[in-house]
Ligand binder design. Structure first.
Ligand code: AMP
Ligand code: GLY
Length: 433
């Protein structure tokens, strides 16, 4: 089977790495890919994965490429192409593509849409209101005592969520999003949620329009610095499984979220095929959904796919064709930890082009996979080319062993200004089950 993967981050490297292991794959392109993706080889025939210099949002060129190469399945990694309608476009031209269509992608692309859906179908979430005018928005924030989260409706590069401790901050947040339009049109409407506390976990379920197959839990680390301090980032590390839910609690949590979700999709005529990734807060009053994402998490994908035993091509194919009911997901009974190495200054300003050394030594360690995110090739060298640079991922018999193995690998890698958290998976180690 000939595959095209769209995207260029650590998530996409993990997807390509796993897809390349499938005996079904004879050729694999990644648009635009990165230096690490371009080094992967297919298990079936040893062929190199080819990076193609096309942007993930350049729909006409991606379509033309898939048509020219006769790609038999296109896999969409990042969120941006989904609400642009890449799935609908490919389907219109009779090309097989994995991911939610434009209508289904609204769960991530519009927080107002997601909130209304959750309210209508009884999915547990934060107490919230949706607003298109600043005045009632501020009044609602005041009714929550100012302790709230103000969210721009649309996609805002992960930055449109402002956490407020009091009424002054809440008013400022509403003004910033709705009046100053700090996130442009994405802030024409807002969702304001009560502030929730508790451990936050990532859930993932693979969906085929009718059936949702749940993954184990993972936890991301969104803040830049140890101890969850510093600015919000795309994610500085992840681990799976987490100790916060027993198998039974996970099944209960999933049924409270996924059952009404699928029921609501059927009622609304939404054909949800792809990954559904709810961000969930485990509050003292039970699990509550903070947001829905319509794609794999980054860096959750790196820890999930290193644990997944199934052939990923078969899973994605079943998701596209509505055949997931008969599929059983199988996970290695191991823990996986991913430590993100970022450029100095990230998520603020940073320089690109610093040479990276030690990649081969790190990759040679047992049970270690170094996934590239922001990297590029310059001659013989791999250099930094983004905020998040690498996702150093290791498996171990338990969380502690996986964490130690991941940090041993991190120690071998060097580039100027490298910044990483030293406490990835630490929260998971404070609770033992
Ligand atoms: P979102 O993009 O909506 O998931 O928000 C980004 C991050 O903000 C989440 O991962 C949480 O850490 C935090 N957050 C979002 N909503 C809430 C909430 N209602 N209460 C507390 N923290 C929140
Ligand atoms: N792990 C955070 C995200 O993918 O949005």
């Amino acid at each position: 089977m000939k595959l095209l993967v769209i995207g260029s981050g650590g998530r996409e490297h993990a997807l390509v790495w796993k897809l390349a292991q499938s005996p079904h794959v004879t050729q694999l392109w990644c648009a635009p890919g990165n230096a690490g993706i371009g080094l992967e080889r297919l298990a079936r025939n040893g062929a190199r994965v080819e990076c193609v210099n096309l942007g993930a949002e350049d729909l006409p060129k991606l379509l033309a490429f898939a048509q020219e190469k006769k790609a038999e399945l296109t896999v969409v990694g990042p969120d941006n192409p989904l609400p642009l309608g890449i799935v609908d476009l490919f389907q219109k031209h009779e090309l097989r593509i994995w991911g939610p269509n434009q209508q289904a992608a609204q769960f991530e692309a519009s927080k107002v849409f997601a909130h209304r859906f959750m309210a209508k179908y009884g999915i547990p979430t934060a107490r919230a209101g949706t607003f298109s005018n600043p005045k009632p928005a501020k009044a609602f924030a005041a009714s929550l005592g100012g302790r709230c989260v103000v969210k721009a409706d649309g996609l805002a590069l992960g930055k449109g969520v402002l956490i407020c401790a009091n009424q002054v901050e809440a008013k400022r947040a509403v003004d910033e999003i709705m009046v100053s339009q700090a996130f442009g049109a994405a802030g024409a409407r807002v969702v304001i949620q009560e502030f929730l506390e508790g451990p936050e976990v990532s859930l993932h379920a693979l969906c085929d329009g009718k059936t949702a197959k749940l993954f184990p839990t993972a936890q991301d680390h969104k803040r830049a610095l140890d101890g969850d301090l510093g600015l919000n980032t795309g994610g500085m590390g992840a681990y799976s499984p987490t100790p916060f839910l027993t198998e039974t609690q996970l099944a209960e949590t999933a049924s409270k979220i996924l059952e009404p979700f699928m029921r609501g999709c059927v009622a609304e005529g939404i054909d949800y095929r792809g990954i559904l990734y709810p961000g969930v807060m485990l509050t003292p009053d039970g699990p509550k959904v903070l947001e829905f994402n319509a794609r794999f998490g980054d860096p959750e994908t790196q820890v999930y796919l290193t644990r997944l035993e199934n052939d990923l091509v078969e899973l994605l194919d079943a998701s596209v064709s509505g055949a997931l009911a008969s599929v059983e997901l199988k996970w290695r009974p191991l823990a996986s930890v991913c430590v993100v190495m970022a450029s100095g200054g990230y998520p603020g300003q940073y320089v690109k082009g610093n040479a990276i050394t030690g990649l081969a030594a790190a990759n040679a360690l047992p049970n270690v996979s170094v996934f590239h995110a922001g990297t590029a090739r310059v001659g013989e060298h791999v250099v930094t080319n983004g905020g998040r640079v690498l996702g150093v991922t290791a498996l171990g018999p338990d969380l502690k062993a996986a964490q130690a193995a991941a940090y041993d690998a991190v120690e071998k890698i060097h580039f100027e200004g490298a910044q990483f958290r030293r406490d990835i998976a630490a929260k998971g180690l404070t609770i033992s089950r």
